[in-house]
Ligand binder design. Structure first.
Ligand code: UT7
Length: 330
């Protein structure tokens, strides 16, 4: 799916939240045979955040949402819809969006969860845009939130080193003047679906995979390096822009080597690339909105900047979005 955004939709609020507990590579090395040096060299990750027992995708997501509403200067009651991207929901049902809506005091707001793993935030942005463009909603909260630490097999060194917990949220609103969201490209290749998976209750009963992340790292790596570049170019084309127009590149934070490879292939210099994978690891649907929030609060993104975001992962799905930043500086 490639689309130019014909309607005017602006980003008016942004926030994020990560748990306090930091888990270093050295700490993981006490659980499985690995080392800080191996993890840092192969992934760029130094540490990640781990949710407290009382945290959940809903509580982390609600805190990110509160911050996004605060930055937007609007009340939760003004929301028409909450779309939550998560692969680690509190429940199969109710939707995490319902739990977040209740926690932030959004009243009888519509809400649902969307399952597209690490591409979830980009898919959710496209959903929110579509609902606004179709006239079904005016103001939409999009939350990407994960507690992947509870989906990990902590004896599997090929996966447990990679992921972390956290949430990010944005508020989108129909706008008469500002043309924020500009273009999308979304895709998925189900032939690679089982290269990265977590089994759920509904999967075939005659093979037991266990409820943990299973991944063929090298194959997913090859997929990721290809789609990050291809999808970025397609959404830029949809938006009528080129790589030279991009002020800030915000890719999904899975592995620093994938990010560097994409930046090199796209011809984006280091100064235009935002990354925090060293501090949070891969927070799946949380990673892009957490980056956006940090980049905005650090002054790396400001009004008028062209932001290119790209996600990829389980599905195997991918998606990218080009946006002109419409939020004033903090
Ligand atoms: O958001 C979801 C998308 N996910 C991704 O984008 C992940 C994509 N994949 C990757 O980032 C990389 O494939 C990994 C970081 C997961 C692995 O890096 P790699 O360079 O592809 O390593 P590998 O799997 O080919 O393994 C190389 C060696 C193996 O040992 P031998 O067979 O060469 O002796 C592994 O057993 O490294 C070993 N190894 C480790 N050694 C120390 C694998 N994991 C570890 C570890 N510590 N944690």
């Amino acid at each position: 799916m490639i689309a130019a955004c014909g309607q005017r939709v602006a980003l008016i609020g942004i926030g994020s939240h990560v748990p306090e507990r930091v888990m270093s590579n050295d700490e993981i090395a006490t659980m499985v045979e690995t080392s800080d040096e191996w993890i840092a060299q192969r992934t760029g990750i130094r540490e990640r955040r781990i949710a407290a027992a009382s945290d959940s995708s809903a509580t982390l997501g609600a805190e990110a949402a509160r911050r996004a509403l605060e930055s937007a200067g609007i009340d939760a009651g003004e929301l028409d819809l909450i779309v939550t991207a998560t692969a680690s929901p509190d429940y199969y049902f109710p939707a995490t969006a319902s739990l977040i809506g209740q926690r932030i005091g959004a009243g009888e707001v519509a809400g649902y969860d969307l399952s597209a793993a690490c591409t979830g935030f980009i898919y959710a942005l496209a959903q929110a845009y579509s609902q606004i463009a179709a006239g079904l909603a005016e103001t939409v909260l999009v939350v990407g939130t994960e507690v992947f630490s509870r989906l990990l097999d902590w004896s599997d060194r090929s996966t447990c080193i990679l992921f972390g917990d956290g949430a990010g949220a944005v508020v989108l609103r129909r706008d008469d003047d500002r043309h924020g969201l500009r273009g999308f490209e979304l895709g998925a290749d189900g032939s690679g679906a089982l290269l990265l998976s977590v089994a759920a209750a509904g999967h075939a009963a005659d093979h037991d995979e266990g409820p943990f992340v299973r991944m063929n790292g090298p194959e997913v790596y090859k997929f990721a390096t290809r789609v990050v570049v291809d999808s970025s170019l397609r959404s830029l084309e949809a938006a009528g822009l080129g790589v030279e127009d991009v002020d800030v590149f915000v890719p999904h934070q899975a592995n620093r080597r994938i990010i560097d490879h994409a930046a090199r292939r796209l011809g984006l210099d280091h100064a235009r690339v935002f990354s925090n994978v060293d501090r949070y690891g891969n927070t799946s649907a949380g990673s892009i909105p957490i980056c956006l929030d940090e980049a905005w609060r650090q002054g790396r993104i400001g009004p008028g900047d062209i932001v290119l975001m790209v996600g990829f992962g389980g599905g195997l799905a991918w998606g990218s979005c080009v946006m002109e930043w419409t939020k004033e500086r903090p």
